[in-house]
Design a protein around this ligand. Structure first.
Ligand SMILES: [Zn+2]
Length: 294
């Protein structure tokens, strides 16, 4: 810790109901913040209007309340924060850390670069093509190895060369997830990010962005993902049915068990969480990146 007051957050996308996988992330970030006498924020990541489900944001907030996961301060919505992303993008442009890209999906597929940007427009767009999206110039970063000490997964070391120049602003004009999340966490003073291991791949990109934007990096803790053995191994538990407020005590019990915490007796959600905060131990969270859960 660097002495800044602990600020944690839970940042769901309003693309459906809250499910068990997101409950685990919410409970973990909540207990970690509260056991450190910190602030716990909720931010709705509604950056992608086409994927947003009507009523989902309110449904998620009501569910969190029903589970006793009560946030501090007001809920922030990414849809109201475009001016912040715009100014971060401008900073990256000014620092020479971004470039315009004219590649369509078809261009990228033809160049074998759908998963890893082949660098086509890195040194300028060839006329008469026009800019479609804006990318982060990973190649220009001074960092070669992106390192962090993950508070659950241990020391991580990712080669910069394994990351393609990723998108900051999409061809449809919307800001990309990586830029928005880094900007929001910095603006909200977030010091500790506890989230699912499905976002581990994003973290090196976030660390590079923070370095280029002169932002102090938060601490990261990636908790394992829950897989349902009844489902395909590759399909996340996220596809499972939504969690129910009337079943909150059992589901909080299951979430804490999944997180390796000492047992908490079945009680009201508030009492269970208060006991869970008291006994919270991040070092007990399983270190695997996924765990089967029936
Ligand atoms: Zn390009």
């Amino acid at each position: 810790m660097d002495g800044r007051p602990y600020i944690g957050r839970f940042a769901p996308s309003p693309s459906g109901h809250l499910h068990f996988g997101s409950l685990i992330a919410a409970v973990a970030s909540f207990c970690d913040a509260k056991s450190n006498h910190g602030t716990w924020l909720v931010r709705i990541e509604n950056l992608d209007p086409p994927r947003e489900v009507d009523g989902s944001a309110d449904d998620i907030l009501r569910t969190l309340e029903g589970f006793g996961l009560v946030w501090d301060d007001s809920v922030q919505y990414q849809s109201n924060r475009h001016h912040l992303y715009d100014s971060a993008l401008q900073k990256l442009k000014d620092a020479g850390m971004s470039f315009g890209c004219a590649c369509s999906r078809k261009d990228l597929a033809n160049a074998g670069g759908l998963d890893f940007y082949p660098g086509t427009c890195r040194n300028g767009i060839s006329q008469p093509k026009e800019e479609r999206s804006i990318r982060f110039a990973v190649s220009k970063s001074n960092i070669e190895n992106v390192k962090w000490n993950d508070l659950v997964q241990g020391n991580q070391n990712v080669l910069k060369s394994s990351l393609g120049d990723f998108i900051l602003r999409r061809a449809d004009g919307y800001f990309a997830y990586h830029l928005a999340v880094v900007t929001d966490d910095a603006e909200q003073g977030v010091t500790n990010i506890v989230r699912g291991a499905d976002l581990m791949d994003s973290t090196p990109r976030h660390l590079l962005l923070q370095e280029s934007l002169n932002i102090e990096s938060p601490l990261y803790a990636h908790i394992p993902l829950a897989y349902n053995i009844l489902e395909d191994k590759l399909s996340k538990f996220t596809k499972a049915s939504p969690i129910q407020i009337q079943n909150a005590p059992n589901q909080i019990y299951d979430a804490l068990k999944f997180l390796g915490q000492s047992e908490v007796g079945i009680d009201s959600p508030e009492n269970m969480l208060s006991q869970a905060i008291h006994q919270w131990d991040l070092s007990k969270v399983p270190r695997s990146s996924s765990t089967h859960w029936t």
